[in-house]
Ligand binder design. Structure first.
Ligand SMILES: *Cc1c(COP(=O)(O)O)cnc(C)c1O
Length: 402
């Protein structure tokens, strides 16, 4: 029989990921549009007062207000849930809205969080500065050291939080082992999966309870929109996140959701190219003069290469490296680049280079940066979609300038 493909219930058991990335979650209006429609509306109308009452009571399914849910945003959420293998997802206006909502929705005064010290700068602000203001204490650990996670646990520990690979040092943290420690402690593990991308790593399958993304990065992939997404079980989304999300308003704009849907259609192709070029660029950089060290989870000399092989499908799209002569050398390198642009963003079609010590991690003391392994000569490269030979030529010119 010729069974009709249902984009709302399809899964990776029956369809390839590339197919889900193109079709998953699509709901067509009566016009039969090919590409998803942008429902750029804030509210919805009802046929009768009784219909409005029933929808507000939850007796009848349907949209009530775009802060709660919106048809275009719902398509993006559904597609993300299908590719991540999650029960449910909620999209947010930025990656930081996703991180903040995923943490705050489940925490209250008196709770305790254990987090890896190597976090995206704004995530560090949330756990180190913001949560304590509301009576949630936090212990920061070296995420690669499993004993530190176990030793940080207290009776009131509710959440473990990490990102892997880490920004910008690309340490790889063992998600399955850390999830087991969290669960033994009765805590949930929240994983920020931006640096791995949905194609490179599946934290939920490894035991994580909640996954968050900045969709601003590879999901959009072309430097256009901010966005984020929280993925988890039906139980978490309905019982922990739903009310917080509805009433605090971190929701994603329908227009941005539409841009993200377009991004997902090409995500597999783009990430494959990003990652293949990253392997090639990492090897190339390692042979250049003026480069002291190259870090990429796909390299055999990566300190956690065994964990990377176990939990990642590829080495990821990011490369970090250390040049000679500290900040001066790193600035000479960055300023000599032509094709690679200087930007703190990542996950763009354009290759982007960042000097973490003076930008994303400038807020930290030199001691804190040193503890994280962020030297003054470190540069972070988000490998783009340009021809890898052109990138190599650009990087070779920069290395010669160091
Ligand atoms: C960019 C990023 C964020 C924040 O996302 P925004 O969309 O910029 O708010 C969080 N975590 C990681 C790892 C990121 O790279």
């Amino acid at each position: 029989m010729n069974e009709r493909f249902d984009p709302l219930t399809a899964s990776e058991d029956t369809l390839g990921l590339d197919t889900l990335l193109v079709h998953g979650g699509t709901v067509r209006s009566g016009f039969g549009e090919t590409s998803e429609a942008v429902f750029l509306n804030s509210g919805f109308v009802y046929d009768s007062a009784e219909a409005a009452e029933a929808r507000f009571k939850g007796e009848v399914d349907g949209f009530v207000y775009s802060r709660y849910a919106n048809p275009t945003v719902a398509m993006f959420e559904k597609r993300m849930a299908l590719i991540e293998g999650a029960d449910a997802a909620r999209a947010t206006a930025s990656g930081m809205a996703a991180v903040t909502a995923a943490l705050l929705c489940q925490l209250k005064a008196g709770d305790h969080v254990v987090a890896s010290r190597a976090l995206f700068g704004s995530c560090l602000y949330v756990v180190e500065d913001l949560l304590p203001r509301y009576g949630v204490s936090c212990t920061l650990v070296d995420g690669t050291d499993l004993d530190q996670w176990a030793m940080a646990v207290r009776p009131e520990t509710k959440v473990f939080f990490l990102e892997t690979p880490t920004n910008p040092t690309l340490d790889v943290l063992d998600i399955a082992a850390i999830a087991a420690i969290a669960h033994d402690a009765g805590a949930r593990l929240v994983v920020d999966n931006v640096f791995a991308t949905p194609l490179g790593q599946r934290p939920l399958k490894l035991g994580a309870d909640v996954v968050v993304y900045s969709a601003t990065k590879h999901i959009d992939g072309q430097g256009r929109c901010l966005g984020g997404v929280i993925l988890s079980s039906e139980d978490f989304i309905a019982n922990e996140l739903k009310d917080f999300y509805r009433h605090t308003g971190p929701s994603l704009s329908p227009f941005n959701a539409w841009v993200m849907l377009k991004g997902l259609e090409t995500l597999a192709l783009r990430v494959e190219r990003h990652c293949a070029s990253a392997v090639r660029i990492a090897a190339f950089l390692a042979d250049q003069p003026g480069i002291r060290k190259v870090i990429h989870p796909g390299r055999p000399d990566h300190p956690q290469v065994d964990v990377a092989i176990r939990q990642m499908a590829n080495g990821g799209p990011m490369v970090a490296f250390e040049v000679e002569d500290g900040k001066a050398g790193a600035f000479r390198f960055a300023n000599a680049l032509n094709i690679v642009k200087i930007s703190n963003n990542l996950g763009d079609a354009r290759s982007l280079v960042t000097h973490p010590a003076t930008t994303t991690h400038q807020r930290l003391t030199p001691e804190a940066r040193a503890a994280l392994g962020i030297g003054d000569g470190m540069l972070r490269l988000s490998v783009g979609l340009e021809h890898p030979r052109d990138l190599e030529n650009d990087l070779a010119r920069a290395a010669a300038a160091v």
